[in-house]
Design a binder for this molecule. Structure first.
Ligand SMILES: Cc1cc2nc3c(=O)[nH]c(=O)nc-3n(C[C@H](O)[C@H](O)[C@H](O)COP(=O)(O)OP(=O)(O)OC[C@H]3O[C@@H](n4cnc5c(N)ncnc54)[C@H](O)[C@@H]3O)c2cc1C
Length: 431
């Protein structure tokens, strides 16, 4: 068994096959460093376009954020739409947002075309708010419909509380096209599809040195090397110092997930929908029923500390009972953590480091759709089929600011937490 952390996903993993480590010299058109969803989508798109690929993965396919996340697949980026428009203007922001919708559709299409039933796709995501703001939600809904032809359903508070039985909640938007999945099974199925198309994947194969300046790029592990015309770096929040400029542009941020014991009757008193839910706070809670509705998978909190907190399960359990006091005392079966990669501008960093050396990372907490479109536009750039990758040019590899940058992120997060708390207090005293 490959070295995964213990999580609900590893306990329910459908494909447990391991893969060999790289040995000797291997050749391919493209070498991809990192087999998370960014690397896997890039590889699959390239293999489909007739290019041979080799993926090098330091641990195992989907070992990083891609196999540990909440499983929410929805449009958008870590950076909100309004902020995106403010930064680059309405039209470029509209086109980027449309790419994020395409990213969601790529995941849906892969699941359908490759018959990935183990991805356990369930439709629908509620975006709920913890204060009164029907007008704000309606404005957002109208904007998405008019500019992106993307429909959302508006739900009034009483209807929301019938499905999500919590007095913390007010209105919501239901996105019927968004969905949730078992992300590790999805990642493993993409790997199998790459191999079925002739691509090769090596696990336990950390790239430890590179020569990038000659026409033939060389990527070395301790036991072998890959020679390729192109290299794509897709190390996400686990990006190491292999290419210092890439590491220096990432802020790894930890976030947490747990899954409860099987308690279908108790859960039915709190969550009466198979759609997933998340709120709009910076440190949003996000959750969904899994295991055919018998268990609750719950995620939340972020921190710049990358070590696992001692009281992880207890910390998250408090978030559950804050929203659903009726679930007090529910037992936790597994709790785990993962690293997301953020750039200071909160947008993916998809582009070219130097000729034929590409990077596709920085997907933050919104990676399921954005890794898919990231992989596709990198593949299109390599094969010369489009230059859509240029739409990401405004958001390049900016320096993360070193330790001061990390501290600034933590402070901003606490500031947002305090603001969210105040907004909720006001809602509670008004109600
Ligand atoms: C707990 C958690 C919950 C999340 N929930 C959601 C969600 O619900 N919806 C959503 O859209 N997004 C979510 N995200 C974000 C999403 O999971 C990520 O943005 C996305 O998976 C990033 O994919 P990636 O391929 O860039 O990185 P990763 O999946 O982290 O993969 C990077 C891989 O590169 C490998 N690697 C690094 N360096 C080397 C090297 N030198 N040689 C070889 N291999 C190397 C690593 O071992 C790793 O496997 C969540 C993230 C976390 C951590």
């Amino acid at each position: 068994m490959t070295p995964y952390i213990d999580s609900y996903y590893t306990r329910t993993l459908a494909d447990r096959r391991g893969r060999p480590a790289l040995a000797g010299t291997q050749k391919a058109d493209v070498c991809i460093v990192g087999a998370g969803l960014a690397g896997l989508t890039t590889g699959l798109e390239l293999q489909r376009a007739g290019r041979s690929v080799i993926l090098l993965e330091a641990e195992a396919v989907g070992w990083g954020a891609s196999g540990r996340n909440g499983g929410f697949v929805s449009p958008g980026y870590s950076r909100g739409l309004a902020s995106l428009e403010g930064a680059i203007g309405e039209e470029p922001a509209r086109r980027l947002y449309d790419l994020s919708i395409e990213g969601m559709n790529i995941v849906a299409q892969n699941i359908r075309d490759l018959g990935i039933t183990d991805a356990q796709r369930v439709d629908g995501i509620f975006r709920v708010i913890r204060y009164e703001d029907a007008d704000g939600l309606q404005r957002f809904r109208q904007r998405l419909r008019e500019r992106h032809n993307y429909p959302l359903d508006f739900w009034e508070t009483d209807k929301v509380r019938e499905k999500l039985v919590s007095t913390k909640y007010f209105q919501a938007l239901l996105d019927p096209q968004a969905f949730h999945i078992h992300p590790l099974n999805y990642a493993r199925a993409l790997a199998a599809a790459i191999e079925a198309a002739g691509g090769r994947i090596f696990e336990n194969s950390r790239a430890v040195s590179v020569d990038l300046d000659k026409p033939e790029k060389i990527i070395r592990t301790t036991a072998g090397e890959v020679r390729a015309e192109h290299v794509v770096f897709t190390g996400g929040g686990y990006t190491d110092r292999l290419v210092p400029k890439l590491r220096g542009s990432q802020l790894p941020i930890a976030t947490y997930v747990l899954v409860t014991e099987a308690a279908p009757d108790r859960l039915a008193g709190a969550i009466r929908t198979r759609a997933a839910a998340l709120d709009d706070r910076r440190a949003s809670d996000y959750y969904r029923l899994v295991d055919d509705g018998r268990r609750l998978l719950w995620g939340g909190r972020i921190t710049t500390r990358t070590s696992e907190p001692r009281e992880l399960a207890e910390m998250l359990r408090r978030s559950i009972t804050d929203t659903y006091p009726q679930l007090k005392g529910i037992a936790i079966d597994a709790a785990w953590t993962g690293l997301m990669s953020y750039a200071r501008h909160l947008m993916p960093q998809i582009g070219q480091l130097q000729p034929k050396v590409w990077h596709c990372l920085g997907f933050g907490g919104h990676g399921l759709n954005t890794t898919a479109i990231g992989g596709r536009v990198v593949a299109e750039a390599i094969t010369g089929r489009s230059d859509r990758i240029r739409q990401f040019e405004p958001f390049g590899l900016v320096w993360n600011g070193g330790p001061a940058g990390t501290a600034a992120v933590q402070l901003t997060y606490w500031h947002h937490q305090a603001r969210d708390w105040l907004r909720e207090r006001r809602a509670a005293s008004a109600g």
